[in-house]
Design a binder for this molecule. Structure first.
Ligand code: AMP
Ligand code: MG
Length: 505
C-alpha cells in the first residue's frame, strides 16, 4: 500500500482528528462486557512514529497526527469528542493452560470510525495500548515500553504491506515517564486499528463462567456485525466456527510463508476475524530452523515456527469448546472444525507454488517442496534471501546461480535441489523473466528483521525518531527493489545473534 501523495487521500473520507465521527458498537453490548474508563495521562507526550497509509484508512492526513492536540489525544491525555473509552473483559488459555480472567489490562478502546477500505461503510475500532491501569491490569502497570510499541507499530504496518491480515498501527507516542521492566525504560502508547479486537478468549470468558446468555449475545454481535453473510446459514453458530477456523488456517499458512513467528499464540491473542493481533516477542525467520523459538520466555517451544499451524488448530478447538453450548452437539463442533487442516494445506500449497514461481500443479511437487525445506533446515539458509534470490535463477544458465549459491555453505546440497527445481520448471516451460516478475511479487525483499527494529529502537531511545520513519517507508514496499535501501535486505550482523526478545513489553 502506498502512502498518500501531497495530502491526497484515497477514498472519500477526510477528517481532522477532532472531527472523527466516533461510534462505539462494542459499548452497545451489556455492561458486563467492559468497564468504561478514561486513559491515565502521561507527562509531555511526543510523536514517535505515524503511518500515513493507516491514517488514510480513516480519512486522517498524516500531518494531523503530528499536531500537539492530536498527540495529546492519542496519548490518552485528552478524550476525542464522541469517543466512549472502555476496556473489555476476556479470558484465555496461556501456554495451553486455562488462565481465567485476563482482559484489556492496558488497552483502551476509543470507539469505531468509518474506514475508506475495503470501501465505505467499513469501520475500524481505535485502541490505545499502554494508556494506563484498567480493572483488568492484574499485576501489570497498564503501560507499554517504547521498545515494544515501536516493534508493534512497525510490524503491523509491515504485515499489512505483505498482504497478511493484521491489525493496523496508526501512530506511536512516547513520554519520558519511566516504566520498569528488567530495567527502567520509558513509556509509549500505540494506537492500533482493526474492525474488532474480539478474541477467542472473549468467548471462552463466558463459557467458563457458565454465562450462556452473554455467550449468545457476544456471538450474535460478532455475526451481525462482522459475518452478516452467515446470518441466514442453517446453523449460524456452526457456520461461524467453520469460517473462523478457515480464516485462522489460512492466516497460519500466510505466517509460515513469510517466516513470521507470533511468539505468544495464547487464545486471548487470537482474533475472531482471523487477523494477526497482539504483537509481542514476534520475529521473522532468518537462518532457517523449523524449530526456532522467537519468544525467549517460551521454554518448551510451544510457539516455535513449526508448531504454529498445529497451535492455530488447537486454539480453534478451544473456541469450539466455548461455542459448544450454542452449536449444540460435540459432533457438530468437530465437523465445523474439520475444515482447518485442508484449508491450511490448500493455502500453504498455493503460497509455496507461488513462492517457487510454479504455474501448474503436479503430484511430485510435494516432494520438491519437502526437499526444499530439508535443504533449508540442513543449511540454515536465510529464509527471506533464499526465496528472493531464487527468483533470479535462469533455466539454462547455471552460472547465474552464484548470488543464491553464495547463501549456502553446502553448495552441492543447493545444486542437487536446484537440478530438481530446474527440471520441474522445464516441465511447464517456465519463462525466466515472467517467473522472476511473479516471484518478486510474492517473495519480499524486505522484512522486519530484529536487528533493523533494534537500530530504530536504540535511536528512538535517544530521541531520534528518523529511523522509525525510514524503516517504515522501506517495509511499506517489501516487494520493490529499492536500490537505495539495499542494506536493509542484508543478512543480520554478528551482534544480532545476541538479541533476545522476551515477553516483557
Ligand atoms: P499478552 O499475552 O501480552 O497479549 O498479554 C496477556 C494479558 O496481560 C492481557 O490481558 C494484557 O492486557 C495483560 N498485560 C500485559 N502487559 C500488561 C501491563 N503492562 N499492564 C497491564 N496488563 C498487561
Ligand atoms: Mg494479548
Amino acid at each position: 500500500m502506498n502512502a498518500p501523495q501531497d495530502g491526497q487521500l484515497r477514498g472519500q473520507l477526510r477528517y481532522r482528528a477532532d472531527e472523527l465521527p466516533f461510534e462505539n458498537s462494542y459499548a452497545s453490548l451489556p455492561p458486563s462486557f467492559y468497564t468504561r474508563l478514561q486513559a491515565t495521562p502521561v507527562p509531555a507526550p511526543y510523536l514517535v512514529g505515524a503511518s500515513a497509509s493507516a491514517a488514510a484508512l480513516i480519512g486522517l492526513d498524516v500531518e494531523e497526527l503530528a499536531r500537539p492536540e492530536t498527540v495529546d489525544a492519542f496519548s490518552g491525555n485528552r478524550t476525542l469528542p464522541g469517543s466512549e473509552p472502555l476496556s473489555a473483559v476476556y479470558s484465555g488459555h496461556q501456554f495451553g493452560v486455562w488462565a481465567g480472567q485476563l482482559g484489556d489490562g492496558r488497552a483502551i478502546l476509543l470507539g469505531d470510525v468509518p474506514a475508506n477500505e475495503p470501501s465505505p461503510p467499513g469501520r475500524l475500532e481505535l485502541q490505545l495500548k499502554g494508556a494506563g491501569l484498567t480493572p483488568y491490569s492484574r499485576m501489570g502497570d497498564g503501560r507499554a515500553v517504547l521498545r515494544s510499541s515501536i516493534r508493534e507499530f512497525l510490524c503491523s504496518e509491515a504485515m499489512a504491506a505483505l498482504g497478511i491480515p493484521t491489525s493496523r498501527a496508526l501512530c506511536v507516542t512516547g513520554s519520558d515517564m519511566p516504566v520498569f521492566r528488567e530495567t527502567a525504560e520509558t513509556s509509549a502508547i500505540a494506537t492500533r486499528m482493526a474492525p474488532s479486537f474480539v478474541r477467542f478468549g472473549s468467548f471462552e470468558h463466558w463459557f467458563y463462567n457458565d454465562r450462556k446468555e452473554e455467550l449468545r449475545t457476544l456471538t450474535d454481535y460478532v455475526i451481525e456485525r462482522f459475518y452478516p453473510e452467515l446470518r441466514n446459514a442453517e446453523q449460524p453458530y456452526r457456520a461461524l466456527l467453520t469460517e473462523v477456523a478457515r480464516r485462522t488456517a489460512e492466516l497460519m499458512a500466510q505466517w509460515q510463508s513469510v517466516g513470521f513467528m507470533h511468539g505468544v499464540m495464547n487464545t486471548d491473542n487470537m482474533s475472531i476475524l482471523g487477523l494477526t493481533i497482539d504483537y509481542g516477542p514476534f520475529g521473522f525467520m532468518e537462518a532457517f530452523n523449523a524449530r526456532h523459538i522467537c519468544n525467549h520466555s517460551d521454554h518448551q517451544g510451544r510457539y516455535a515456527y513449526h508448531m504454529q499451524p498445529r497451535i492455530g488448530q488447537w486454539n480453534c478447538y478451544a473456541l469450539g469448546q466455548a461455542l459448544l453450548p450454542l452449536v449444540g452437539e460435540v459432533e457438530d463442533v468437530e465437523a465445523a472444525l474439520e475444515i482447518y487442516k485442508p484449508a491450511y494445506e490448500a493455502k500453504f500449497d498455493q503460497l509455496m507454488h507461488a513462492k517457487l514461481g510454479l504455474m501448474t500443479r503436479q503430484e511430485s511437487d510435494s516432494k520438491l517442496i519437502d526437499d526444499m525445506h530439508t535443504l533449508m533446515q540442513n543449511t540454515h539458509v536465510d529464509f527471506t534471501l533464499f526465496f528472493r534470490r531464487l527468483g533470479n535463477l535462469q533455466l539454462d544458465a547455471p552460472a547465474g546461480d552464484e548470488p543464491i549459491r553464495d547463501l549456502f555453505i553446502d553448495r552441492p546440497a543447493f545444486d542437487a535441489w536446484a537440478a530438481q527445481y530446474r527440471d520441474r520448471l522445464r516441465q511447464e516451460s517456465s519463462d525466466d523473466i515472467k517467473r522472476k516478475q511473479a516471484m518478486d511479487a510474492v517473495n519480499p525483499k524486505f522484512v522486519l528483521r530484529n536487528y533493523l527494529a533494534q537500530i530504530a529502537i536504540e535511536k528512538a531511545q535517544n530521541k531520534d525518531f528518523s529511523e522509525v520513519a525510514r524503516l517504515l517507508a522501506v517495509l511499506e514496499r517489501p516487494f520493490d527493489e529499492q536500490p537505495e535501501n539495499e542494506h536493509y535486505a542484508e543478512l543480520p550482523p554478528d551482534w544480532a545473534s545476541e538479541l533476545e526478545v522476551s515477553c516483557s513489553s
